[in-house]
Design a protein around this ligand. Structure first.
Ligand SMILES: Cc1ncc(COP(=O)(O)O)c(C=O)c1O
Length: 384
């Protein structure tokens, strides 16, 4: 079985670096910044505290779950308690725990395409069947499209807003229609909110804010990975009805026992620091605008402005046609070899003819990457 294609790009970039080549990677799905000093200090304090050296509860530290519950209460405008929350080893593990709780072998889960491959992977990991649902031109799946792909085996839909790779944010009306469809057919909604802090249009809503009645069939997934530059620490969560949390806790207890206490303490410090995501979102928005404008100045590239997230998702079909490449993967490989800039080919997201370019890097890195791309791709057009 192939590994996640996004990691394959990172491995190629790493191989060039090992040969001493100065590669800039805009391929990773993670902020380039180091984790904040307050979080690091909390982790060091935890390392030094013997209370953090021993087993903890399978469900996660009560004070971390309390903080997560408070945050979800703000987003959903509904009451949540620490009992409603399970701490996981990152959002991907939380998605896996949701999938193992919800699915039997052969149960189908609707996932958006283009979409993050991890959504299909967690479904497959528990012997479920991911069913790709084509997104509209704004990279959102509609209730109508979901209905066209529903079968007697459909158990759940995974939604992500803002999304990966295109940063699409679902507005209230779209969420309302999807919630109505899910309620009518008894389908669970798994809402992957990992990019929640990166909403540049202010239009983000939780599906439970729009449709509180769906609460007994909704799993909310989140984590500190993206918004606190903590992808390596592996802390995320799910919030869900008791039957799902019970199943997730049991699975955690039987497998990893619990998420390390030290990283949970670090995550708690991160959640206490609301300033970081707001500051990062401010910077990312500026870098998004810079990158999108620069890409749109290259002949053969058309780049929509993403409403959220941390990726530009340009259409490069004109470039492929003009230069005689057949796939985005060839273009990405050529960019890596000639410009030493790593980006992810659209094929990784089932979107041939596109590239995913991360703008969660510092200003200098982004400026150098843009220079390199413009140098090798040339033919700048007047700003559109
Ligand atoms: C949509 C989406 N959900 C979840 C994740 C995984 O997050 P974590 O690192 O917390 O497991 C990613 C990572 O790229 C993602 O893009």
């Amino acid at each position: 079985m192939p590994d996640n294609p996004i990691f394959a790009v990172a491995a190629k970039a790493e191989a060039l670096r090992a040969r001493g080549i100065d590669v800039i990677t805009l391929a990773a799905g993670e902020p380039q910044a180091a984790t904040g000093a307050a979080v690091v200090a909390a982790a060091i304090a935890a390392v030094r505290d013997p209370a953090a050296h021993h087993y903890g509860p399978a469900q996660g530290l009560p004070n971390l779950r309390e903080r997560v519950a408070a945050r979800i209460a703000t987003d959903t405008e509904l009451p949540w308690t620490p009992d409603d929350v399970q701490i996981a080893l990152g959002a991907k593990h939380a998605l896996f725990l949701a999938a193992q709780a919800l699915l039997g072998p052969g149960d189908e889960v609707l996932v958006a395409t283009p979409g993050w491959p991890g959504h299909a992977e967690v479904v497959q990991a528990v012997h479920g069947v991911p069913v790709p649902v084509p997104a509209d031109e704004e990279f959102r799946v509609s209730a109508d499209a979901l209905e066209r792909h529903r079968s007697a085996r459909t158990r759940a839909v995974i939604l992500s807003s803002p999304g990966n790779p295109a940063g699409a944010v679902y507005d209230r009306a779209a969420l309302h229609r999807i919630a109505g469809w899910a309620a009518a057919h008894g389908i669970w909604v798994v809402s992957d909110d990992i990019y929640r802090a990166f909403d540049y249009t202010g239009t983000y809503s939780s599906i439970l804010q729009v449709a509180p009645g769906l609460r007994d069939r909704t799993v909310l997934v989140g984590g500190v990975s993206k918004e606190h530059a903590m992808t390596g620490w592996r802390v995320g969560w799910l919030a869900a009805p008791a039957e799902i949390i019970d199943s997730a806790r049991l699975h955690v207890s039987r497998t990893i026992t619990h998420v390390p206490v030290i990283t949970q303490r670090a995550a708690l410090a991160a959640l206490d620091d609301d300033a970081t995501p707001a500051g990062a979102a401010h910077d990312y928005r500026r870098r998004r605008d810079l990158l999108v404008a620069a890409l749109n100045r290259i002949d053969g590239i058309g780049c929509p402005v993403p409403d959220g997230g941390m990726f530009a998702f340009p259409d490069v079909r004109g470039l492929l046609r003009d230069r005689g490449w057949t796939t985005s993967a060839e273009l990405a490989q050529w960019l890596l070899d000639t410009a030493h800039v790593a980006v992810v080919p659209g094929e990784a997201f089932d979107a041939p003819g596109r590239l995913r370019v991360c703008f969660a890097v510092d200003d200098d890195t982004l400026a150098t990457a843009i220079d390199r791309l413009q140098n090798v791709l040339g033919n700048l057009v007047e700003a559109r």
